[in-house]
Design a protein around this ligand. Structure first.
Ligand SMILES: Nc1ncnc2c1ncn2[C@@H]1O[C@H](COP(=O)(O)OP(=O)(O)OP(=O)(O)O)[C@@H](O)[C@H]1O
Length: 391
């Protein structure tokens, strides 16, 4: 019994079978309470022991799998880290659209994980072909056409041999056109023709090849503005925007900051061969208050930096770059009350409270839970204040 208690104390998940000649119901119950999973009374048949061991091992496997699944669920979905309502909605949408053949248009700020979304759509689509990403902004215009559609030997100076284009490569799979608005509109027109006809012609070839394409396109611009500015052809847009997927900004992912920050600290500490440091409450608060224009990519970079700089097992505000604290400190100055005029305490406090609440709501995009955290009060208190001040 003492050994059982000690094992449990150390959190060992060794399955324990108790064997005894002095059986009473009480000791059996006590042993089970201490974590024994079976109880065998002497004398016994060998078969009984074998069965008990087999059962114990099977149960252990189930427990491990359960724990693994629990950890997975609490961490995110697939490659995604995050369990916020905004991300749950995104996972649901991906699961819904992936198995359809519809083209998908992903919209989201830089670094929000648009490529991750595109990959997840392909993974969950069941399409047997390849996932072929192409960043339209990263390839010089004059090369983009051959990159997309391929060419035959001699199609232009420098075309020394036949080349398979990305569209052909992605046939049966998914082509991911990142930063679609950076593709010249002449090429957009050509791409549209390929999608309409389901056939592709390599540059310089005089025959076309059938392709089975599913397109996932992405942009970090506002699609409406891109259309108006003539960066995106309307006809292509309608073809691609069958399902639109908006990827939430990091500051809208309520409650994901700690999970994401710890995930990246863990990732980079592993790479450095160090133990993962803890994230101090003050550091987390600063991360929560920052606006994250570069979204998850920016957070990942900062956590890599923190993992390198941190030497004492705890990431504190001193391991974070100065611009984070500047943004946080700017707030109180903003709301600093003037000491001129009437000094009635109640009115003054009320005005200041209203201003702080407004600022917190603005900074958290009207998300009450996040605003309450910024203000350092409970959500309940915030709701109460909003009601009292009729805000
Ligand atoms: N929810 C998430 N969980 C874990 N990692 C993430 C998540 N979102 C993004 N990342 C990581 O952040 C980085 C940026 O993601 P990604 O390249 O997909 O962003 P993007 O929106 O395509 O950016 P850009 O618009 O600049 O091309 C990648 O390293 C990606 O793995």
């Amino acid at each position: 019994m003492a050994l059982l208690a000690a094992l449990r104390e150390r959190n060992q998940d060794v399955p324990v079978i108790v064997m005894t000649a002095y059986a009473t119901i009480e000791t059996a119950v006590a042993a089970m309470k201490l974590g024994a999973i079976d109880y065998i009374i002497r004398p016994f048949e060998m078969e009984t022991v074998e069965m008990a061991v087999a059962r114990a091992l099977a149960m252990q496997a189930v427990q491990r799998e359960n724990r693994f699944l629990r950890e997975e669920i609490s961490r995110g979905w697939g490659e995604f880290v995050g369990v916020s309502p905004a991300m749950q909605a995104l996972y649901d949408l991906i699961r819904q659209v992936a198995p359809t053949r519809s083209n998908v248009f992903i919209v989201g700020e830089t670094g929000t994980g648009k490529e991750l979304v595109a990959r997840a759509i392909h993974e969950a689509s069941g399409r047997q072909g390849l996932f072929v990403p192409i960043n339209c902004a990263a390839i010089p215009t004059e090369l983009l056409e051959s990159e997309l559609f391929g060419h035959v030997k001699g199609a232009f100076t420098g075309a020394l041999r036949d080349r398979v284009g990305k569209c052909e490569l992605a046939s049966g799979g998914t082509i991911f056109l990142d930063e679609i608005t950076e593709m010249p509109t002449s090429l957009q027109a050509k791409l549209l023709r390929v999608l309409q006809e389901g056939r592709i012609e390599r540059l310089g070839a005089n025959a076309s090849i059938p392709v089975d394409l599913r397109v996932v396109a992405a942009t970090n611009r506002d699609p409406q503005e891109a259309l108006e500015a003539g960066l995106l052809r309307r006809d292509l847009y309608f073809r691609l925007n069958v399902v639109r997927v908006d990827v939430p900004r990091l500051r809208d992912r309520d409650g994901d900051m700690a999970i994401l920050a710890n995930h990246f600290l863990n990732k980079y500490s592993l790479e450095l061969g160090r133990a993962t440091p803890r994230l101090s409450p003050a550091a987390l608060e600063r991360l929560e208050a920052y606006s994250w224009p570069g979204n998850v990519r920016e957070l990942e970079n900062l956590m890599e930096r923190a993992a390198v700089l941190c030497r004492d097992g705890e990431v504190d505000t001193s391991h974070l770059p100065a611009e984070l604290s500047r943004e946080v400190r700017a707030a109180p100055q903003h709301a600093a009350p003037s000491l001129d005029g009437p000094l009635a305490l109640k009115d003054r406090v009320e005005t200041l409270e209203r201003q702080l609440i407004e600022a917190a709501l603005a900074r958290s995009d009207n998300n009450k839970a996040a605003a309450a955290r910024l203000l350092g009060v409970s959500e309940r208190t915030l709701w109460y204040k909003l009601k009292t001040y009729r805000m």
